[in-house]
Design a binder for this molecule. Structure first.
Ligand code: GLC
Ligand code: CA
Length: 591
């Protein structure tokens, strides 16, 4: 039997999916297109600005440098607000801008109430917030409260003596109570000389985990949330929020299945819902705001415990199903091949699990994962087509879409020749481990080219000028050498660009509310080349068909009851004409 065709493969020399000879399938495999009956339509689907809006994530360090020190900053963001308004997004999610020693680029916070010196001042933050609101956009901040920096004054106090009132803000043990590994490699327990004890860090050793069992810690968190909300911010993206409640019996982990360890030991601890409900009551209930949880380790069947409409916890989460899809038993640098059906099944399974009760955040890349066009598209011959097709996917699944900076111009992964060109602590830690274990470093470099978080952290490509117009100085991480052709200036000038396609699709989504609130049904019959689904509500029935290959696809589940509305190629002659390579179409069903 032929193995399933590879949709995207882990190694850099991945074979592209060629499914022109894919198994024959009959029309009957498709779920027959029908309008929902009155009783199937959920009239109770509550409307909210945070369901209708589209989020744009800014990774400030790499967005725009206004003072030539090579580091993106708030002044740079301010300069680009008009650009974001022109693009047509509604909500900006700002990765952390707080004071931080930058062991993990700001996800290690040493002061929650002040702005990182490299990024600017509080006055500049206020100007950015005002600028965003003036343009009718919203601002969502990153809330990183599973851990702090070890340079936070709480930790400095805590380590100083067992009697210090801050001692109990963190998690101390006389000896490591279990074999836990940090998410970035190495033991999760670090001995602290000064404290004479071990502390838990699920991330780097400069990110000690907070002790949420301590009510005083929780009060501190609610206070700092109110501090930013009272300034006028519109919500929070909550970093690794399923990790805040720990299993205090400290069970050992079996690392033959890392994802299982994350789900069953690091995340979804016994008090997580109690803590989130308390947070809701203390904070969220008092503001018109949105919350999106980084849903690491949440299995679909537990999702509505976090986001169900009567739970009073979070508004939405984003899951990791499609992000961990190519991670082998050894983790992200142990890459396995994936086929398209596995990818589609994840979205379908999650949509079903959430149903009409909760809400999802939809994304195809962010600051922690490779560029979507390099991962799920073809960033070579069909870069433009596949980036646009993925835009259709992103903006037509059920959930609030989030696009990451540079996605709107089809920025790609980078393949730096040396480990020295990389900046991410995750890579540094893993390189050290591979070296110690005497493993093949060429293989590691290949895996880094595919999986590195730095793939998406290279500077935003604004123009073909020096350093891609990002900085007049020398950037903290090298620019992707393809900036001469892939950049905002070039895309804005070209009416057929990915940038203009995003603008059109963002407007299209706003106009056709079924793409926001309508139900989702996958209808491609499990083909390995095509992804097709319907979105429908009382206002209409839409069919989305997406070609995930370099080849044409004929025999579509489309007849003359369908009208082509939009897509990433010129309109087809007849609705049922074959899809061109990486073509995506949105149809409306007339009867
Ligand atoms: C989240 C962030 C990631 C960070 C980690 C620790 O996963 O998205 O960038 O390294 O949490 O804060
Ligand atoms: Ca700067």
């Amino acid at each position: 039997m032929d193995p399933s065709p590879v949709f995207f493969a882990g190694n850099a020399i991945a074979e592209r999916n060629t499914t022109s000879g894919s198994r024959a399938f009959s029309e009957s495999l498709y779920i027959k297109a029908q309008k929902l009956s009155e009783s199937q339509i959920d009239k109770g689907m509550k409307q909210h600005w945070w369901k209708e809006g589209v989020i744009y994530q800014i990774y400030p360090r790499s967005f725009m440098d206004s003072n030539g020190d090579g580091i993106g900053d708030l002044g740079g963001i301010l300069q680009k607000l008009d650009y974001l308004q022109e693009l047509g997004i509604d909500i900006i999610w700002l990765s952390p801008i707080y004071q931080s020693p930058n062991d993990d680029n700001g996800y290690d916070i040493s002061d929650y109430r002040s702005v990182m010196d490299e990024f600017g001042t509080m006055a500049e933050f206020d100007a950015v917030l005002e600028g965003i609101h003036q343009r009718d956009m919203k601002l969502v901040m990153d809330l990183v409260v599973n851990h702090t920096s070890d340079e936070h004054h709480w930790f400095q106090q805590a380590r100083s003596s067992p009697d210090n009132p801050y001692r109990d803000y963190y998690i101390w043990q006389p000896e490591p109570p279990n074999n836990w590994q940090s998410m970035f490699g190495g033991s999760a327990w670090q001995y602290d000389e000064q404290a004479g004890a071990y502390y838990l860090h699920l991330f780097t050793k400069k990110q000690p985990d907070l002790n949420w069992e301590n009510p005083q810690v929780r009060r501190e968190v609610y206070d700092l949330m109110r501090f930013w909300l009272d300034k006028g911010v519109d919500g929070f993206r909550m970093d690794v929020i399923p990790m805040i409640s720990k299993r205090l019996s400290w069970p050992d982990a079996d690392y033959s299945d890392f994802n299982k360890v994350v789900e069953e030991l690091y995340c979804n601890g016994p008090r997580v819902h109690e803590f989130l409900q308390e947070m809701h009551e203390e904070v969220m209930a008092h503001y018109d705001m949105m919350t999106v949880g980084e849903g690491v380790g949440i299995p679909p069947e537990k999702a509505n415990l976090y986001v169900g409409k009567d739970r009073n916890e979070l508004d939405m989460i984003f899951h990791f199903g499609h992000m961990f899809i190519d991670h082998g038993p050894g983790g992200k640098f142990d890459i396995v091949d994936v086929d398209l059906n596995t990818f589609k099944d994840i979205f379908t399974k999650w949509d079903r699990a959430i149903g009409n009760d909760g809400w999802l955040n939809i994304y195809l890349d962010n600051h922690d994962f490779p560029r979507l066009v390099s991962r799920f598209g073809n960033d070579d011959e069909y870069r433009v087509e596949s980036a646009k097709m993925l835009a259709i996917l992103l903006l037509s699944l059920r959930g609030t879409p989030c696009l990451y900076q540079g996605t709107e111009i089809g920025m790609t992964n980078v393949a730096f020749p040396s480990f020295d060109d990389y900046r991410d602590v995750e890579i540094k830690n893993n390189v050290a481990i591979w070296q110690k274990e005497g493993r093949n470093m060429e293989t590691m470099l290949g895996a880094v080219h595919v999986q590195a978080r730095d793939n998406v952290r290279t500077p935003m490509q604004w123009s073909a000028d020096s350093q891609a117009g990002f900085s007049t100085g020398s950037p903290w991480i090298k620019v992707n050498p393809n900036y001469q052709t892939i950049n905002v200036e070039a895309d804005r000038k070209n009416p057929d660009s990915i940038f203009h396609f995003y603008r059109e699709m963002l407007a299209f989504r706003k106009k056709h509310k079924a793409l926001i609130y309508g139900s989702y049904t996958q209808v491609d019959g499990g083909r390995n080349d095509l992804y097709a689904y319907r979105r429908e509500d009382a206002d209409g029935s839409y069919l989305i068909v997406l070609n995930f290959t370099d080849d044409p696809i004929s025999d579509l589940p489309v007849d003359n009851g369908y009208t082509w509305l939009t897509g990433n190629y010129p309109a087809p002659g007849a609705a049922s004409d074959a899809l061109r390579p990486w073509e995506g179409r949105v149809y409306r069903q007339s009867s």
